[in-house]
Design a protein around this ligand. Structure first.
Ligand SMILES: [Zn+2]
Length: 250
């Protein structure tokens, strides 16, 4: 492990064009659970994720979907960035591609325009009518109940990507463009099983990037890694990147 850490650190130190691609494992040490974990609360464990995070589920019971997101928001209100978020925030030249809908990278100090949220943000609500365009921030300490869009009267909903929905187009195009122009992609805390996001690792590889994976599980991302550090992000990232000057192209 120690040898691999040093090899990975050398590889990153030589990389002129680097980016980060993160998933749930980055925030797990902060205590953020996702709906792909076994539900930690009996109230919600009886629902299938697709009942709580899909257009169909929202059509059937919008009240229930909003209550679930507000329960998650109330939990997130007390959550702090961990050592991995802070290590990444100490690299202001990096662009962070993330599947996480939390804002812990931004809370750790990463500039909002340096974070590409492929699956949207739980920090905002938007109009369910895609042609309306209304969006507004949400106060985690006092999340709002189900309510109508002030502009068009349709429902407001979390500005996250649900099962079966496309990824935000401009964000996705930026992420793809980035992954075609890397010397090294640092993959943190994702098993890379959720497509199309997971395809970014293959894209980067196909365009000559080396892949460094930090994830305790030997998932699909590990199989594509040049170097796989099988440990938690908060344990490895500070030692892996502290003191380096990592930069993304553009
Ligand atoms: Zn609207």
């Amino acid at each position: 492990m120690r040898d691999r850490l040093e090899v990975a650190r050398e590889l990153l130190g030589r990389s002129r064009h680097t980016a980060v691609f993160s998933g749930a494992g980055l925030s797990a040490e902060s205590g953020v659970s996702t709906f792909r974990d076994p539900a930690p609360d009996a109230l919600w464990s009886r629902f299938d994720p697709t009942e709580l995070a899909s257009v169909e589920g929202f059509s059937v019971n919008p009240q229930r979907v909003i209550e679930w997101y507000n329960w998650r928001r109330a939990r997130l209100a007390g959550v702090q960035p961990n050592a991995a978020h802070r290590a990444l925030a100490n690299q202001p030249g990096l662009i962070q591609i993330t599947q996480n809908v939390d804002s812990l990278l931004e809370q750790a100090g990463v500039a909002a325009e340096r974070v590409l949220h492929l699956h949207g943000s739980i920090q905002r609500d938007r109009c369910h009518n895609p042609s309306c365009g209304h969006a507004e921030p949400v106060d985690f300490a006092a999340p709002q109940p189900l309510r109508a869009c002030p502009r068009c009267g349709d429902y407001l909903r979390p500005a996250v990507v649900w099962f079966g929905e496309p990824l935000p187009r401009q964000t996705w195009l930026r992420a793809e463009d980035l992954c075609r122009n890397l010397d090294c992609l640092l993959v943190v805390g994702t098993s890379a099983t959720v497509y199309p996001a997971a395809g970014l690792i293959e894209l980067a590889r196909a365009h000559g990037s080396r892949i460094v994976v930090v994830d305790p599980a030997a998932g699909a991302a590990g199989a594509q890694a040049d170097i796989h550090l099988d440990a938690a992000a908060g344990e490895v990232l500070p030692a892996l990147i502290a003191g380096l000057d990592l930069r993304s192209p553009g």
